[in-house]
Design a protein around this ligand. Structure first.
Ligand code: ZN
Length: 219
C-alpha cells in the first residue's frame, strides 16, 4: 500500500475488520499504518469505533517525536499510540501497519493464565517463528503496557501479541495483509478455547526446524 494516503489505508482496514467480524461487540480497538516515508503515522482517533472511522477522522502523528508528546492536542489519536510506536520500534519484522483488537476469541484467551499461545500448524508460519507471547496486564494506554509489549517483541520473533485481560495485536510488513493476519490470530484463539485447556505444548526443540521451514513458506 506504499504511495496510498495512510489515512485511507487505516480507514480501509477498519472497514474490513468490521466486515469480517473481528471488531468485537463494541467495534473498539485501534489501527495505525506508516506513510510511505516512514516518518508519519496515521492512527484511529480516540473514542471513534472501527465502524465510524473514515479517512477524515484518522489522525496523523510524527513517528520520531517523543512518545509522550507525539499526540497532537486535538483531535486526539488513540490512547494506545505509545503501544503502536513501541511496536514499530521493537518488532523484528519491520512492520508498516499495526492492528490492536478486542476480538471475541482473543479477549477470551487473554483471560487465561498462559505465557504463550500453543503452536498451531500452519497458522504459526504467519504469526512468527516463535509462539505468540502474552504481555502481562497493564492499564490500557499506559506507557507501562507499551514498554512490556516492546520487551516481548525484543524477546520473541513474532508478529502478534496477546495482551492479558485486554485483547491482541498484530504487526504486518504490508498493511494489506493486516486483517488476514488478525483473522489467523483469532482462529488460533478460537482453537485454544475449543481445546478447553487440554492442549499440549510442542517440544521447544522443534522450533528451530520450523523457523527454517517458515522462512520459505508461501514463496
Ligand atoms: Zn485495547
Amino acid at each position: 500500500m506504499d504511495g496510498s494516503d495512510p489515512r485511507e489505508v487505516v480507514a480501509g482496514l477498519c472497514r474490513e475488520l468490521v466486515e469480517r467480524g473481528l471488531s468485537g461487540v463494541l467495534a473498539s480497538g485501534n489501527v495505525s499504518c506508516l506513510a510511505g516515508d516512514g516518518r508519519t503515522l496515521a492512527i484511529t482517533r480516540s473514542g471513534v469505533s472501527f465502524a465510524d472511522t473514515t479517512a477524515a477522522n484518522v489522525v496523523t502523528c510524527d513517528v520520531s517525536a517523543d512518545r509522550r508528546s507525539a499526540a497532537p492536542r486535538s483531535p486526539g489519536p488513540s490512547i494506545e499510540l505509545p503501544l503502536h510506536l513501541a511496536t514499530y520500534r521493537a518488532c523484528r519484522f519491520g512492520p508498516r501497519a499495526v492492528l490492536h483488537l478486542h476480538s471475541a476469541y482473543s479477549v477470551a484467551v487473554a483471560c487465561l493464565d498462559l505465557e504463550a499461545l500453543p503452536f498451531v500448524h500452519y497458522h504459526q508460519a504467519l504469526l512468527g517463528s516463535e509462539s505468540t507471547p502474552f504481555v502481562p496486564y497493564r492499564t490500557p494506554g499506559s506507557p507501562e503496557l507499551a514498554e512490556l509489549a516492546a520487551a516481548a517483541f525484543e524477546r520473541v520473533s513474532t508478529r502478534a501479541l496477546v495482551l492479558a485481560h485486554h485483547g491482541c495485536l498484530v504487526a504486518v510488513e504490508d498493511a494489506a495483509a493486516g486483517v488476514a493476519l488478525a483473522e489467523v490470530l483469532e482462529d488460533v484463539c478460537r482453537i485454544l478455547i475449543q481445546t478447553a485447556g487440554r492442549h499440549r505444548e510442542l517440544d521447544a526443540d522443534e522450533f528451530p526446524r520450523l523457523a527454517a521451514l517458515f522462512q520459505t513458506y508461501g514463496r
